[in-house]
Design a protein around this ligand. Sequence first.
Ligand code: ADP
Ligand code: MG
Ligand code: MG
Length: 359
Amino acid sequence: MLHGQFLDAQPYGSGHINDTFVARFDQSGAPVRYIFQKINQNIFKDVAALMDNIERVTSHASRRAKEKGADASRRALTLVPTRDGRSHLNAAGGHAWRCYLFIENARTYDIVETPSHAREAARAFGTFQGLLNDLPGGRLRETIPDFHNTRKRFENFQRALAADAHNRAANARDEIDFALKSESMVDVLLNLQKSGAIPERITHNDTKINNVMLDDATHEGICVIDLDTVMPGLALYDFGDMVRSATNSGAEDERDLSKISMRMPFYEGLVSGYLSAAGSFLNEAERAHLAFSGKLITFEIGLRFLTDYLEGDVYFKTKRPGHNLDRCRTQFALARSIDSQQSAMETITTRIANKETSQ
Ligand code: ADP
Ligand code: MG
Ligand code: MG
């Protein structure tokens, strides 16, 4: 439980989803920092289910860290319970708040600056997935159903295209053609899951670099944060989203498409970091689809931007007319870049995987 005298609080970090604050409390003469978050209930409708997932995941991660003799308060998020022992507070105005121990002497980065950043982040996410392979207590709650159901995402796109409610399809002919031509991709992982070739695991679902704390001194990835979307999923969804977000040479809404490409040294960093942690539990089919997963998730996000553009920008916040179409173009350009390098990516993956298993 939180104790001491409240000193001050201010907005913190650059997260886009929740409202995050750092607050200081005087505890026996020394200021101690805590993270307070107001949970975004527009996106997360079932806060109790979400917090139930987070409570189970964080306590399991701490337990595992302690067993290894590590400092659990730096290796896992630690929820600070309310006075009556709950994981979150239902406050005035219907807002839900939670509090975490502040992880000191570490920071998040908004941009992957070097291949070694990519490696550390991927290692941390791989370790996180491994940690949850034996989470007790049954299946986690699926807080956002069908989050990566690419077939459903494709059907949503087809519906938006058929309706063309804002007469925008004419502006997006090339993107629509690309989407329609790429349809065969959308069932690949779903079919592997259906046939039992790829297992359901527990996944993070927001594997961006700014959701990993890197130690200030060693730059090692020490802790995965931002657990709102932790739920059942495929390991490849997490890896694919790392490829999408960490290898892109340009911004997510870059309009000059000549600046967009998949950067191989960053991919190599991701694979080596990820396999160093996840190589021991991934099966053959999962390993064989690492490069493909990057293409699929990049395509999926592009498709969601295109769908939102056609539907009149109802989901993603936009800052200018055509913003979602620009974002779609960027993602599709990245998907093409991955496609043209996919066999080289697979060669690298195999080389690193073989090195991993021979160690
Ligand atoms: P969002 O869902 O809005 O992205 P996050 O949970 O990622 O929210 O938090 C936003 C930022 O706050 C993070 O990127 C990180 O820099 C910082 N942060 C979050 N939790 C902690 C923590 N326990 N210790 C230190 N910094 C944190
Ligand atoms: Mg975040
Ligand atoms: Mg988040």
